[in-house]
Ligand binder design. Structure first.
Ligand code: ADP
Ligand code: ADP
Length: 227
């Protein structure tokens, strides 16, 4: 789960988030929308402990992140899988090695690594590509490698920052379906996107940010169509 309790974040004199309150229960799925600069990335960074709140408290899996020191960051990172728009794949490593990276960082070695990496690649339909370089893959395939890497240690929470930003509508729908599948097995999913046309096709909870404030929390089909 993820809970924000009166959270504010300032960068210098810039308010990035103000008095943010919401909760995603375990197994929930939501989109995070808002204009560029609305605070989406900042919100995700607070969940990942890349940034700390200026005020208020952030809870992840019932842990108050304010109470955790920097040495606990790896613990949180193992519970929060992250998918980025530009994949952040290592092009000089194979698909297998890219997906294995979080396991190596967590100290896992040996046969268990191969087992987990292949289970993860299988879920995104890329088992046949484990030896390939990510460079030889299409944009959609690269994004699926990014997703396999994000879920390889089975995090209970999955975040994505504009995961379909570079993809056409058909591939975007495929990627979204993967997130639904992980959600179906109990993973809490939060996806930041400004692709309103995509999320209009899905009747899912939407958290709307504007100028650092939560201005909408509900199903998009109920939301005003303008703007
Ligand atoms: P979004 O992801 O919705 O585009 P961000 O969270 O990146 O929004 O940014 C929210 C606000 O915080 C913006 O005004 C942005 O310029 C500002 N901001 C983000 N990161 C920093 C930073 N490291 N230093 C200063 N200002 C920042
Ligand atoms: P194993 O039990 O051998 O590790 P899998 O790795 O295939 O088998 O995962 C077992 C189950 O856990 C699958 O149904 C899978 O979908 C589910 N699961 C739960 N959480 C996650 C997650 N964060 N990422 C991937 N799979 C998950």
């Amino acid at each position: 789960m993820i809970r924000f309790d009166h959270v504010a974040k300032r960068y210098g004199s810039q308010d990035a988030l103000q008095n943010l309150n919401f909760e995603l229960a375990s197994g929930d799925f939501a989109f995070l929308t808002g204009h560029s600069g609305a605070g989406k990335s900042t919100l995700l960074k607070l969940v990942m402990m890349i940034e700390r709140p200026t005020r208020g408290q952030v809870f992840v899996q019932n842990q108050n992140l304010n109470r955790l020191g920097n040495r606990h960051i790896p613990l949180i990172r193992r519970q929060v899988g992250v998918v980025f728009q530009n994949h952040q794949l290592l092009f000089d490593r194979s698909v297998f090695e890219n997906v294995a990276l979080p396991l190596y960082i967590a100290g896992m070695r040996g046969r268990e690594v191969g087992r987990r990496v292949r289970a993860s690649l299988d879920k995104v339909g890329l088992l046949a590509k484990e030896k390939s370089s990510p460079m030889t893959l299409s944009g959609g395939e690269q994004q699926r490698v990014g997703i396999a890497r994000a879920v390889v240690n089975k995090p209970p929470v999955l975040l994505a920052d504009e995961p379909t930003g570079n993809l056409d509508p058909e591939l975007s729908a495929e990627i979204m379906n993967l997130f639904f599948e992980f959600n179906q097995v109990g993973v809490t999913v939060l996806i930041a996107t400004h692709d309103i046309s995509l999320i209009r096709t899905m009747s899912m909870r939407v958290l709307g940010l504007a100028d650092g404030q939560l201005v909408y929390d509900g199903l998009l089909e109920d939301a005003p169509r303008s703007k």
